[in-house]
Design a protein around this ligand. Structure first.
Ligand code: PMV
Length: 352
């Protein structure tokens, strides 16, 4: 065991995925959002990234090796190299090291869970930790803000993963304190009902998506409903912040489900349009709505850019919802697969 120095060492961060309740869909400039988004940080779905750095001998090109779950992965390596190269202007010290980055997820790679939020937030946290090692410690809030900003450059939604609880990314009309450059946490003022919350993720399909989110963001540039949508996301973000503080489950369900269906409506009405929901996605949505009505249980769904359904509910209704999932929804999941997740406390530094 040796401790890290500015010449060599290993920094390890564990960082979670997040699910947007108000969706980011449409970007501008350098990975800046066209509208604010609000997310819930997850607990069980996370990436662990070990970032080993060794000062390279002068005169030699810096080397980067990227391992995914211990094995060399060239396609990830390309994306990570491009990302780290894009940071060199602001983080020139990166060029002085040979890097070995070893990343692993708790969730299967093909499970349909967006891994980019977890992996880019973990990597950004490692880079900012290395900067601290070289330049000296910074305050905690400025550390996480910088990591959020860096994570955003890798994948927009990743900037929200550096905080536990709920995060907001993107400036909000008429509300100060939010930024397009980084996310900010909402955790301190949340009502108890929203502090212990579950997200059971039903895997309807684990296939690679036909249309990725980068393409979807670009399609918003010419979308006939874009202006109205960006305005709606502002209204929903402001309102949902109030709802999370007040503990208003009914309005939470309305906003969150509307956001999910709006996201997919935007996809369907783009040119070209595309459909990511499957037959089972729609069946599950209908089952959830029916169960909520007949059993009077506050359970909501949301969707990411894919067919899988996130089932959201407070801890006080855990038992009924789990029974309902096993009885009525599990059979619609691919190989009966679902992931039991919940509101998480945010990234953890394991080493460095
Ligand atoms: O972070 P990106 O560029 O993969 O985009 C994410 C978009 C959604 O997941 C659909 C919504 C969101 O806000 O996370």
């Amino acid at each position: 065991m040796y401790s890290n120095t500015a010449d060599r060492g290993t920094i390890t961060w564990q960082s979670p995925s997040n699910i947007a309740l108000v969706k980011y869909w449409g970007k501008q400039g350098n990975q800046l959002p066209c509208n604010p988004s609000l997310s819930m940080t997850l607990n069980a779905s996370y990436t662990t990234t070990s970032f080993s750095y060794v000062k390279r001998k002068s005169g030699r090109e810096a080397a980067l090796q990227f391992l995914f779950a211990g094995a060399r992965n060239e396609s990830f390596e390309k994306r990570i190299t491009a990302y780290l190269n894009s940071l060199l202007i602001d983080y020139p010290f990166l060029a002085a090291y040979d890097l070995t980055i070893d990343s692993a997820n708790t969730f299967p790679h093909s499970s349909g869970i967006a891994s980019s939020a977890a992996s880019f937030s973990a990597l950004a946290l490692c880079v900012v930790s290395l900067k601290q090692m070289i330049e000296g410690k910074q305050g905690e809030s400025s550390f996480f803000r910088e990591a959020s900003q860096l994570a955003r450059l890798g994948s927009g939604s990743a900037c929200r993963s550096v905080y536990g609880g709920y995060s907001v990314w993107g400036s909000v009309d008429d509300v100060p304190g939010y930024s397009n450059e980084y996310a900010v946490p909402l955790i301190s003022e949340i009502h108890p009902v929203f502090r212990s919350f579950y997200d059971t993720i039903l895997i309807v399909s684990a296939e690679k998506k036909k249309v990725g989110s980068s393409t979807g963001h670009v399609l918003m540039e010419q979308h006939p409903f874009a202006r109205q949508r960006f305005r709606q996301a502002n209204v929903h973000t402001t309102e949902l912040i109030g709802v999370l503080k007040a503990g208003d489950l009914d309005r939470y369900i309305e906003i969150v489900e509307n956001e999910a269906l709006t996201l997919h409506s935007l996809m369907m009405s783009s040119t070209p349009g595309f459909i990511l929901m499957k037959k089972e996605t729609v069946e599950i949505i209908e089952k959830i709505r029916e169960f909520r009505k007949t059993e009077n249980v506050p359970v909501a769904f949301t969707l990411d850019a894919g067919p899988n359904v996130h089932v959201l509910y407070p801890a006080s209704h855990r038992k009924e919802v789990m029974k309902f999932i096993k009885d009525a929804l599990e059979e619609r999941c691919t190989e009966g697969h679902w992931i039991d997740d919940s509101l998480g406390t945010g990234p953890k530094q394991l080493k460095g």
